[in-house]
Each structure stands twice: as structure tokens, then as C-alpha cells.
Design a protein around this ligand. Structure first.
Ligand SMILES: [Zn+2]
Length: 392
């Protein structure tokens, strides 16, 4: 089928058919999008992952010398393994009210609506540019978006505002938590467990550090800093641990991973600093008195900041004017790339079709009504960008 004639539902079916599970290649999907853009003579820029198996896609439609509006979404989806689906997750099933398939709401639905508007966008000359930013590996910590933002930070002209199309049932969401995650490797000295004073027990020191992280969680939990979140404080969590080889050997190494999901008003760097301080200035000196080569290493696995958009900001007034659903949504606990874009001066909010309740689950769906609302919003956006030159 020729791309020019496809509506959002037909494009969604095509997007769902690409298995773009995080950490696997998204290049076939990116090629498909690129071809659609090519048909409308829209130039694209790809920003690849290190191994070049995945890519972010960036495109500007309209004048390239003023800011404009960015539409952003991730192309990856969460795995279907271990989930009990009633149909093939990669073959879109069209019901009366719902379109079912992996990524239907999170968040290929939004991308489909954007792409369905292309004929309209390219047929008209825009006075305000529209930028497309489609990223990879969002679901594992905004990995692709982070790289895209690094590239965009060098652009002479950047988008002024951005809509992130995560599923919010088209409500405008102004805040979400940030997240940072680390792998910690504690290295001590092994020996026969009958002579423990000759060794440095890595598992036990890791346990002390984990207890410290847990105590931080208890402390912030008591503060209940922000009641606009269903979990009204930053959270700390250790998700896995691995260490030791046998009970009669003092373990040399222990590895664990932790994450912090911070309220946007609480800087994750400060919280991480407290943990590192305890590791390096309290635990490590004690370990090194018995074994100078002992170490505690921190490797950052992922990072994105929280989002806290001011209700009075331009992006909200702008989105209200184009969105058929005029509703400000509650702050959400899931993360998006919005905070990353915000850091380079692109004011963002989160607004997209479908509900987070259906995301990541078997028989994920987006309702036709939601998709139609999103189509309408994009149509209104195009109309406005055609009529007025804004963000000069
Ligand atoms: Zn998502």
C-alpha cells in the first residue's frame, strides 16, 4: 500500500508488525518511517546506537530557522514473553472499539497519528516548523533519547516546545518522576571461611550498603514530600544481587543493582552522592585496612530527570488550544524522555492516546476513540503551524 493513502489505523498495523522489543533492532521500523517521510520529501537524520543496530530518527518539517513544536515518541516496546495473549501480539487485531497489539498504546498509536498527518503537513507550507523525534530503547531507561538529546544539544535552532505521546488518555500530564539506576560491584578478598579475618567479605559489605539504601528510603518515606504523586516520595530499590561461590569460602565479589525514582524537585545526583559517600568514605576505608585493593565500583545503567512543567507555561496553553480533550492529568510515576528534552531547553508535557493501564500487558490496546482524538490534535496542530509563525 502506498504510504500516502494510509490512515492512522493502517499505519498502526504496520508499526505493530515490527517486533521492536527494547535492545533488539528497530531499523526495519525506522526504514519504514524514513520511506514515508521520503515520499513527502522530508529529510531525516538518524542517530545510531554504538553497535548501529538501533537508531533514533529526527526530522524537521517547515522552516529550519525558528524553534517550533516537537512530537516525540519511542519506537521500542516491552517483551511479550511470559504473557498470555489471545492473539498474535505483532498482528494488529481490529475490534469494534479497540485496536489490539503490542505497542498499540505504548506508544505506536501516537507515532501512527503523527505519520498519518504527513500528506497534510507536506502539502501545506508550514510557517511554524514541526519536528519529529522518534527514539529507541526508552523502555529500559530512555537510552536512545539520551543520545538523541546529546546530538540535539548542538543544534543551532532547537524546538521550543515538545509533546511526548505516552499514553495519558490524551490528558496533559505536567509532571513525572526521574529515574537513575546503577550496578555496584563490591570486591573484597576471599579465603577459607574458617579463617575469616584473613579475608574481606564482599557480600557482607554489599549488604551494609544495601541496608544504607533502604534506610534512605525509610527516611524520605517519612517526609511524604509531594502528595500530587500516588507514591508521594522518591523511592530507592535494590532489584537483584549476586555474590559468593560456596559457603566455606569468604566471597571475593558481590554485585547488585539499585534504582532511585526521584520526585522532580529532588535531584537524583544528590541522593546518589549520599550513597557513594557512605560506600567510599565509610565502608571502603574499613575494607582497605585489611586489603588495600578492595573496591566498590558504581556503573550508571540509566538516567533521566523528572519533569515538572509549570502550569503557566507556553507549552500548556499551546496544547490546550489544539487538544480536543482539555484536561490536565495527574502527575504520573512512569518516566518519559520529557525531562531530558527539558534539560536542553525544550519545554515538554506528556499527552498521548490510550491508557497506561493497558501498557506492558497482554492484549494491549488503544481505543479507536482515543486514536481519533489524537488524529484531531495533530490536525489542529498542523492547521495552527500553517496559519501562524510562532516561536521565532
Ligand atoms: Zn512508553
Amino acid at each position: 500500500m502506498n504510504g500516502v493513502t494510509m490512515n492512522s489505523e493502517q499505519i498502526l498495523a504496520r508499526l505493530i508488525a515490527f517486533d521492536t522489543t527494547s535492545t533488539t533492532s528497530n531499523l526495519q521500523l525506522i526504514d519504514f518511517v524514513r520511506n514515508l517521510l521520503d515520499e513527502h520529501a522530508i529529510a531525516t537524520q538518524l542517530v545510531h546506537s554504538d553497535d548501529r543496530s538501533r537508531a533514533n530518527l529526527y526530522a524537521t518539517i517547515g522552516p529550519d530557522n525558528i524553534g517550533g513544536v516537537m512530537l516525540s515518541g519511542h519506537t521500542d516496546v516491552v517483551p511479550t514473553s511470559g504473557q498470555d495473549w489471545n492473539s498474535d501480539p505483532y498482528q494488529m487485531l481490529s475490534g469494534d472499539q479497540q485496536l489490539i497489539g503490542r505497542g498499540a498504546c505504548d506508544m505506536k498509536g501516537f507515532i501512527a497519528c503523527v505519520l498519518a498527518a504527513l500528506p497534510q503537513i507536506s502539502a501545506e507550507s508550514l510557517k511554524t516548523p514541526i519536528h519529529l523525534a522518534f527514539s529507541y530503547d526508552e523502555e529500559i531507561g530512555c537510552v536512545g533519547a539520551k543520545r538523541l538529546v546529546e546530538t540535539m544539544a548542538g543544534f543551532e535552532v532547537k524546538p521550543r516546545i515538545g509533546l511526548i505521546g505516552e499514553p495519558t488518555e490524551m490528558a496533559m500530564v505536567l509532571g513525572h518522576k526521574g529515574k537513575v539506576s546503577y550496578r555496584v560491584t563490591v570486591t573484597g578478598l576471599s579465603c577459607h571461611s574458617a579463617y575469616i579475618s584473613n579475608g574481606v567479605n564482599a557480600v557482607e559489605y554489599a549488604a551494609e550498603l544495601i541496608a544504607f539504601i533502604r534506610a534512605m528510603n525509610t527516611r524520605v518515606q517519612q517526609q511524604q514530600l509531594d502528595q500530587s504523586y500516588s507514591v508521594p516520595y522518591s523511592t530507592f530499590h535494590v532489584g537483584n544481587i549476586n555474590g559468593g561461590t560456596a559457603l566455606n569460602i569468604v566471597p571475593r565479589q558481590c554485585q547488585f543493582e539499585f534504582e532511585i525514582r526521584n520526585l522532580p524537585q529532588q535531584d537524583s545526583a544528590t541522593l546518589v552522592h549520599d550513597i557513594k559517600h557512605y560506600a567510599n568514605d565509610v565502608l571502603l576505608p574499613e575494607m582497605q585496612t585489611r586489603y588495600p585493593e578492595a573496591s566498590i565500583e558504581f556503573a550508571e545503567l540509566s538516567y533521566y530527570p523528572g519533569l515538572r512543567t509549570d502550569l503557566a507555561s507556553t507549552v500548556i496553553a499551546y496544547t490546550r488550544a489544539i487538544n480536543p480533550i482539555d484536561r490536565i492529568g495527574d502527575n504520573v510515576s512512569f518516566g518519559t524522555e520529557a525531562g531530558l528534552f527539558d534539560e536542553i531547553g525544550i519545554a515538554c508535557l506528556v499527552c498521548g492516546p490510550g491508557s497506561i493501564d493497558q501498557a506492558h500487558k497482554p492484549d494491549e490496546f488503544v481505543s479507536r476513540a482515543q486514536l481519533a482524538n489524537c488524529d484531531q490534535m495533530i490536525e489542529n496542530l498542523v492547521q495552527r503551524c500553517r496559519e501562524a509563525s510562532e516561536f521565532a
